[in-house]
Design a protein around this ligand. Structure first.
Ligand code: PMV
Length: 348
């Protein structure tokens, strides 16, 4: 927080500079969230569980601008436009309502991950924006409340409030009951620190946004509900596998859950297909590694890129095999990363 002592008699926050910078990392779901039961409040239809990464952080500064007539949003140094800007402005509006304030803000966001390529930039982005925005507008929220707020930007963002492993509950009921009960919290997993190789086979923006793809799948895919009920079983199995720190079980469950999610998309009308030939080649390479006795398991989000869960000591080999399978791809080795943090203010 940037709070400074106020003059006696001054309004509580006079003299306080309304500005905060937060850093958040992306997370990759091992049990996926796909499909919303409330599009307004961004309430997921299924519970999900993820690993927060230690790579590709987003750094976001929010500064209140009382004299301005509108919010200004910069993404990697350029003014955000269209839907991207609209989502941030709507999110700031939500924070303003919660804080009972009206001032516009300047938002400066720096991503170190290609935006919109299924690499969870919206997760790190809205987690950082929730924390920086809440702090700048003077909201005092605990981590669970922050996860609820981050969910309103992008549901997966609620998990990036926490480091290591986190679960996002789909909650129950409707309206404010649903809002209250759909939050993320940490999942304690002692003695389990796998690596995740992020294979970027295509860093460009995806053709169908996850939001649109999710809606279409939920509304039209006859496979969706079958996956959603099997996902509840996957989650229970995943908790057991994590407790046992059993990488093979964790990987197998994560892979079946992700491929099942993509199957629901292929069943959508019209179908949503994020797989490319390079994606398939990487999936083949992962299966090939397993055939040679290496514990390597794939998961994929709303994009063509593949994330490979493995033992840290096998990560370099996974990178080599991915590079061979998909020439021109780039691979980064990630480990478990931290939750969202405010960056301490450096005094001039
Ligand atoms: O929160 P969104 O709209 O970015 O959706 C993310 C959905 C997946 O990444 C595909 C799965 C997940 O749980 O993160």
């Amino acid at each position: 927080m940037t709070t400074e002592l106020s003059e006696p008699g001054a309004p509580a926050d006079e003299g306080r500079e309304h500005r905060a910078t937060a850093v958040a990392h992306p997370n990759i779901a091992l049990i996926k969230y796909w499909g919303k039961r409330d599009e307004q409040l961004l309430i997921p239809y299924v519970d999900s569980l993820s690993m927060t990464l230690d790579v590709f952080p987003t750094t976001t500064t929010v500064r209140l601008t009382p004299g301005a007539d509108t919010d200004r949003v910069a993404l990697d140094g350029s003014a955000a436009v269209g839907e991207q800007r609209q989502r941030v402005v709507a999110f700031l509006g939500l924070i303003r309502t919660m804080a009972g304030r009206a001032e516009p803000a300047d938002v400066d966001t720096r991503n170190s991950v290609p935006t919109g390529a299924g690499l969870a930039s919206s997760a790190s982005g809205f987690a950082a924006l929730a924390l920086a925005g809440a702090s700048a507008y003077g909201l005092d929220l605990d981590a669970i409340a922050l996860s609820r707020l981050a969910r309103r930007g992008s549901a997966s963002a609620s998990r990036s409030i926490f480091g290591d492993f986190a679960i996002l509950y789909a909650g129950r009921g409707t309206g404010s009951e649903a809002d209250r009960s759909a939050y993320a919290e940490p999942v304690a997993v002692p003695d389990f620190a796998p690596a995740m190789v992020i294979a970027v086979v295509n860093g460009g923006p995806k053709l169908v946004s996850s939001r649109a793809a999710m809606r279409r799948t939920f509304d039209t895919s006859p496979l969706y509900r079958a996956w959603a009920s099997s996902s509840a079983v996957d989650l229970a199995d995943m908790r057991t596998a994590l407790r046992r720190a059993d990488l093979d079980a964790v990987g197998e469950i994560a892979e079946r859950n992700a491929l099942g999610m993509h199957a629901t998309m292929l069943g959508a009308r019209p179908p949503v297909r994020y797989f490319t030939p390079a994606t398939m080649a990487v999936l083949d390479a992962v299966a090939g590694l397993r055939a040679e006795g290496v514990s390597a398991y794939a998961t994929m989000d709303a994009g063509p890129n593949v994330k490979v869960l493995c033992h840290p000591e096998d990560a370099a080999r996974v990178v080599t095999e991915v590079g061979r399978a998909a020439p021109g791809s780039a691979a980064v080795i990630a480990r478990c990363g931290p939750g969202a943090r405010l960056r301490p203010r450096v005094e001039p």
